[in-house]
Design a protein around this ligand. Structure first.
Ligand code: H2U
Ligand code: ZN
Length: 345
């Protein structure tokens, strides 16, 4: 089988599903327009931004004059703290349960104009520290803490001010449960940790590695669905964000910055994506099968404006891609790991 020629399916052992790869459609030379980089003309502080320091939010509360990361309770939370516990299961076809939780917003920086790859490494490190603090605090009361970032209008993010979200819930969401089961079964069957083994094998094979340092590796996973999807993993066994030591927290800032700079450099744009962390649920005692990781799911395919849609066949049959994971990794790897497009002053 030739991965660059023959249509084939690849298996995703984390989600336990297949992806159809059609590389023959892609043998033509790269068709991506090379677009002029979009100038970032955002001001350092935007008086109309509801996330900027000192400004009023939609519900009237005022942000403090913060510097560095700033966390506040989402004014329009998807989960509420005081939902009464209840469940409906009078029929297997009509099951429901109440959901309790809380939602917070984390502004990465007071700078309206700087996203993760443009922030100094120490500022990215502060974001990581706040992610971990928030996780520790919310994990005391909740079954799961979702830490994620939606970036760019294409991903439904309305505000370019660099920010992410933190949702805590009294349930473990489906995607995490699925990964829990597949990692648990893999450990049971093979005696080894799925992602620790996977990261090592990707380092040996090299073709899908985008960035690495002494503690971390970022790869386009063998089973990637989104064209430039990546998976960021620690090299040592670390079930949760809270298991990272100081060195790993610092080197995480480095690899995140380098990965996001490569993304931005690829099409000369602030690369949109949804990213987020998966690790062992806070109250789970057996964590040998779990390995912490971040998924980056970016929608862009060929340029700053041409995106991949997961429609027809993807919705009704299974995910499909043309660009192979190896080609995507090569294109990201050949980018500079520092921003090359115009930066605000
Ligand atoms: P996006 O990342 O989807 O753009 O959303 C930012 C979050 O900020 C969103 O969840 C919240 C929205 O509910 N928000 C506030 O909490 N206060 C505001 O004044 C506006 C937006
Ligand atoms: Zn702002």
């Amino acid at each position: 089988m030739n991965f660059e020629e023959h249509p084939h399916r690849r298996y995703n052992p984390l989600r336990r599903e297949w992806v159809l790869v059609s590389p023959h459609r892609n043998r033509r030379p790269w068709q991506g327009q090379s677009e002029d980089p979009l100038p970032n003309d955002r001001p350092r502080h935007d008086p109309n931004c509801y996330l900027c320091a000192g400004n009023r939010r939609a519900n009237g509360s005022a942000n403090p004059d913060y510097t560095g990361p700033f966390v506040f309770e989402n004014d329009f939370p998807a989960l509420l703290k005081d939902t009464p516990a209840d469940a409906v299961a009078d029929s297997p076809l009509f099951q429901a349960q109440t959901a309790r939780g809380t939602s917070r917003v984390i502004c990465f920086s007071e700078r309206h104009d700087l996203t993760l790859p443009a922030l100094p490494e120490t500022a990215v490190r502060s974001v990581i520290d706040v992610w971990i603090e928030q996780y520790e605090e919310l994990a005391r009361d909740y079954a799961w803490v979702a830490i994620f970032e939606n970036k760019g209008a294409m991903m439904g993010c309305s505000n370019p001010h660099p920010h992410g979200q933190i949702w805590a819930s009294d349930f473990v969401p489906s995607e995490v449960e699925r990964e829990d089961r597949s990692q648990r079964d893999y450990l049971g069957e093979s005696g080894s940790n799925l992602l620790v083994t996977y990261a090592q094998e990707e380092l040996d094979r090299e073709a899908r590695v985008v960035a690495q340092n002494k503690d971390w590796v970022a790869v386009v996973p063998f089973w990637a669905v989104w064209p430039f999807e990546t998976l960021v993993m620690p090299l040592r066994h670390r079930p949760r964000l809270t298991d990272l030591d100081a060195t790993e927290r610092a080197s995480l800032a480095g690899i995140l910055k380098s990965l996001c700079a490569r993304y931005d450099n690829l099409f000369g744009t602030e690369f949109p994506y949804s990213m987020g962390w998966h690790g062992a649920p806070p109250h789970q005692a057996d964590v040998a099968h779990w390995q912490l990781h971040a998924h980056f799911y970016p929608p862009l395919l060929r340029s700053a404006t041409v995106r991949k849609f997961l429609v027809g066949y993807e919705m009704l049959a299974e995910p499909q891609r043309d660009l192979s994971a190896e080609q995507a990794a090569y294109r990201l790897r050949e980018q500079s790991d520092t921003l090359t497009h115009s930066e605000p002053g």
